[in-house]
Design a protein around this ligand. Structure first.
Ligand SMILES: [Zn+2]
Length: 853
């Protein structure tokens, strides 16, 4: 028989139109059905889908499709994380307005998503740059302002001294230079907006325990980011003055070993505590540091540098004076901005003390050691206290408790919990973002824009040059507004919000995307959320997920929703890697056309330099990317989807391999031929099912069982596809009559395959004469009866010794089995002429014949 070379791409537009007309993927509002919310992390509209997107969305799409067929009402939406720096850069480079650039990119990517057959409810599409969306981002900010969770304070920014502009971290290269001007970037203090995420630090940490559907790795990363530590807050009075320096330490047991105190150079006490003789040196040091970022200052491979202030503080425990220093490695943003230097028991302090010849006093001995000998390096483990007055002889754990208690009783400090987590700096001195809805009035101070005046629209008539202050600050007409409180002339806030705010609540908006009266209706959000399955990249394991959890808790405390965690289950899909060519010595990336093979080794065609070949994450700069559009044009969407799901389990990295793509293409062709053959040459109809057909039925229901488990439990789409391939083989190889079981096999194959390959299955379904869509069919149910094995293999033993096996009907009684055994080859050989004394039968397993001796 002839099999047409099936080109899924040809059939797609036709069925896509059918689907769209039928509103196949419109979210069901039938609340009788259980709900299921499947969500992919929404993309930044860069202009083109890459394979990472294709993988992410295909995974979620299969999950959504399976649930839909299982009778759930499924919410499966898509949107655009559309604010951000690249649009602004495009504007500067190419003179196109960020809004136009973004619209064009969205249009192209939407078209690409649709060609993949992703089952989105497009009526709920949203874009974070749409005023209908960002008015609610602004509203959310105002709620947080009212709750005391939004505030302003001075913070460091990257400052380009040539262009006179603030730079985002991404705009500063690894050498600390501006991407545009090349100038050495400085740190500058600016008044900026923060969100008080630290208020939720404890809860964000504690609730990680409730996220049983999250990868452990992600939870660990979040816990480390929050960084809870318990310790003591201790105060050191400054000699001869009224000030006290507060430090936080997790090692109060080492307080008798303090040799010096260190303040961050930005610490507000630095000015007043610097002795006149040290003024010049301190000032110069602070200026040097202004050029360095926090990362550069605290990098482990950097020598620690510092300057003494020329003043001293008293260690309340020893009553001895210790010098006060400033040093690069202490950051004002962390803790109290001051630390106690204990060189004997901290590596960094040890290096610092050696460099500046500060005393090193040992106060902790390793367990079992009784004699103090000079240290070659810091001893940082717990141990037994020495040189510690009344606390000598205590172990570190007990001493921490006793010393903290003593500090509390004597008014020197208290027990304290500290978090590494900082408040969220959301101010951006950029154009393409959500304007912060605040107004600065000389008379009233900072005044929120009244809710009725939202959205504060982003003005379109802006000239972006990448130079000068914040772009919005230059639009005098936009900036000048009357104060909402007193009516006097006032100024709009010109900072825009970090785009992470846009993405920290979008999953809530999808529940009620077209609501023009409110951010969302509470009952809709409470109905659909939390998201049942969230799918996205591991690169979002910390910030995006943490911010989303934070905002969810804020909205819960505001009474808008009744849950505190947004995402029930999280799947972080692996990367898509491409074959990469890189010269061994110079590290240059090459295309496959630029290399040549000689004696099995790979060389640069031009220079003859040896070339290494390996898999690496696809990227334009490495010439190892595969364009989804080309794959779709060549093989169609179904093959692309099948390959990406079959090649690796979803959370593992996937190596692109054209041969495996071909493999999936051929598999879909086999399915096509199988169905064509069945249509043209159906097996002969019989009333009762032949035995081999009963075996086929077992395979059919084993496949249902396996594919169901692989698409709803632990996601193993690769083994699900392997099961479907096996069923296809069984159906193809089947020779014989048909009592309807073969029909069932074809039907089950197509319905199980439909979520993976939605186009070809729809086409075949219609060819079989069905009027409605395959995607509206119920998910096949496992018939437990079909799984029952008809025949068993029975072990035959003679006098306890295994002599062979027989195949027997599973329902046969003992007498029948004994007869079968006696008639078998084994029976002929060992039982003939013997007197059987006893038969031991282990049901379903073995028969043991005991003979008379
Ligand atoms: Zn005012």
């Amino acid at each position: 028989m002839t099999s047409p070379r099936y080109q899924p791409a040809e059939l797609e537009p036709r069925w896509q139109n059918v689907w769209r007309e039928a509103h196949l993927y419109k979210t069901s509002t039938n609340t009788e059905q259980p709900k299921y919310y499947a969500l992919s992390m929404f993309p930044y509209p860069s202009g083109n889908l890459h394979m990472g997107h294709v993988r992410n969305y295909t995974i979620t799409d299969v999950i959504a499709r399976v649930r839909r067929m299982q009778g759930y009402r499924v919410l499966h939406p898509m949107g655009w994380d559309a604010f951000g720096l690249p649009a602004e850069n495009a504007a500067i480079d190419r003179g196109i307005h960020p809004a136009r650039w973004t619209e064009r990119n969205i249009a192209n990517m939407r078209r690409q998503l649709q060609s993949l057959g992703l089952s989105y409810d497009w009526e709920r599409e949203l874009a974070s740059c749409d005023p209908e969306y960002y008015r609610w981002t602004q509203w959310l900010f105002l709620q947080m302002w009212q709750m005391g969770l939004a505030y302003q304070k001075s913070a460091q920014v990257n400052w380009d001294p040539v262009d006179q502009t603030v730079l985002a971290n991404e705009q500063v290269d690894s050498e600390g230079r501006s991407w545009r001007s090349g100038a050495k970037v400085q740190q500058k203090l600016l008044k900026q907006w923060f969100l008080r995420i630290t208020h939720y630090a404890e809860e964000l940490l504690r609730d990680l325990d409730t996220l049983t559907g999250w990868p452990e790795r992600v939870k660990t990363m979040q816990a480390n980011w929050i960084g809870r530590s318990t310790g003591a807050y201790l105060e050191f009075p400054v000699v001869g003055r009224g000030e006290k320096i507060g430090v936080f330490t997790t090692r109060p047991d080492t307080v008798f070993g303090v040799s010096y105190l260190v303040l961050a150079p930005e610490h507000p006490l630095v000015g007043t505590l610097t002795a006149p003789a040290q003024q010049a040196q301190v000032q110069e040091f602070c200026q040097q540091l202004a050029h360095l970022s926090a990362e550069e200052r605290t990098a482990n491979d950097q020598p620690k540098r510092g300057v003494p202030l020329g003043t001293e503080a008293i260690n309340p425990f020893t009553q001895q004076p210790v010098p006060i220093w400033i040093a690069d490695y202490v950051l004002y943003e962390y803790g109290t901005g001051a630390v106690m230097g204990v060189p004997a028991h901290d590596e960094r302090d040890f290096a610092f003390a050696q460099q500046y010849h500060l005393p090193i006093t040992q106060v902790i001995l390793p367990p079992g050691v009784v004699e103090i000998t000079p240290l070659q390096q810091a001893y940082t483990e717990p141990g037994i206290l020495v040189n510690s007055g009344e606390f000598d002889g205590l172990d570190s754990l007990t001493a921490k408790e006793k010393i903290t208690q003593a500090a509390q009783e004597r008014g020197w400090g208290e027990e304290r919990v500290q978090y590494r987590l900082r408040d969220w700096l959301i101010s951006r001195q950029r154009y393409w973002g959500v304007p912060i809805p605040m107004i600065h009035c000389d008379h009233c101070g900072v005044v929120p824009v009244p809710e009725a005046d939202l959205p504060v629209l982003l003005p379109e008539n802006v000239t972006l040059t990448g130079r000068g202050l914040s772009p919005l600050a230059q639009l005098t007409e936009w900036v000048q507004v009357p104060c909402p409180q007193c009516g006097r002339p006032a100024r709009r806030e010109t900072d825009t919000m970090d785009t992470f705010i846009d993405s920290s609540w979008y999953f809530l908006r999808f529940a009620d995307a077209q609501n023009s009266q409110a951010i969302f209706a509470s009952e809709k959000a409470n109905d659909w959320l939390p998201v049942d399955q969230y799918v996205g990249g591991i690169e979002h394991a910390i910030l995006h997920l943490l911010y989303s959890r934070f905002i969810t808790k804020v909205l819960r405390d505001r009474g808008l929703i009744n849950f505190g965690e947004p995402f029930q289950r999280l799947l972080t899909q692996g990367m898509v890697q491409g074959l990469t060519y890189k010269t061994v010595q110079t590290g240059k990336y090459l295309t496959s056309e630029q290399v040549i093979y000689k004696n099995g080794e790979c060389y640069d065609k031009e220079t003859n330099e040896p070339v290494a070949i390996f898999y690496e994450k696809m990227s334009k700069s490495k010439y190892n990317g595969v364009d989804p559009e080309q794959v779709l044009a060549k093989y169609g969407a179904d093959t692309a989807r099948m390959f990406i799901l079959f090649k690796a389990p979803p959370e593992k990295d996937l190596e692109w391999d054209d041969a495996d793509v071909e493999g999936q293409f051929r598999f879909l062709q086999r399915v096509w031929r199988l169905v064509q053959n069945y249509r043209e040459h159906p097996p002969k109809r019989v009333a009762e099912s032949p035995p081999n057909e009963r075996n086929l039925r077992r395979v059919i229901h084993q496949t249902i069982q396996a594919v169901t488990a692989d698409t709803t439990g632990e996601y193993q789409f690769n083994t699900a596809i392997a099961s479907l391939m096996k069923l296809t083989n069984e159906l193809t190889d089947y020779q014989g009559d048909n009592s309807g079981i073969f029909d069932e096999g074809i039907r089950v194959l197509l319905t199980l395959l439909a979520p993976f390959a939605p186009h070809i299955t729809e086409e075949l379904w219609h060819q079989l004469g069905h009027e409605d869509s395959i995607h509206r069919q119920a998910w096949p149910q496992v018939d437990q009866q079909a799984l029952v094995v008809d025949e068993i293999t029975l072990v035959i033993q003679i006098m306890g010794k295994t002599r062979g096996t027989i195949i027997a009907p599973s329902q046969a009684d003992q007498a029948t089995l004994e007869q079968l055994a006696k008639n078998s080859d084994v029976g002929q050989r060992y039982l003939q002429g013997q007197t059987i004394k006893k038969v031991i039968y282990v049901p379903g397993k073995l028969l043991n014949f005991v003979l008379a001796s």
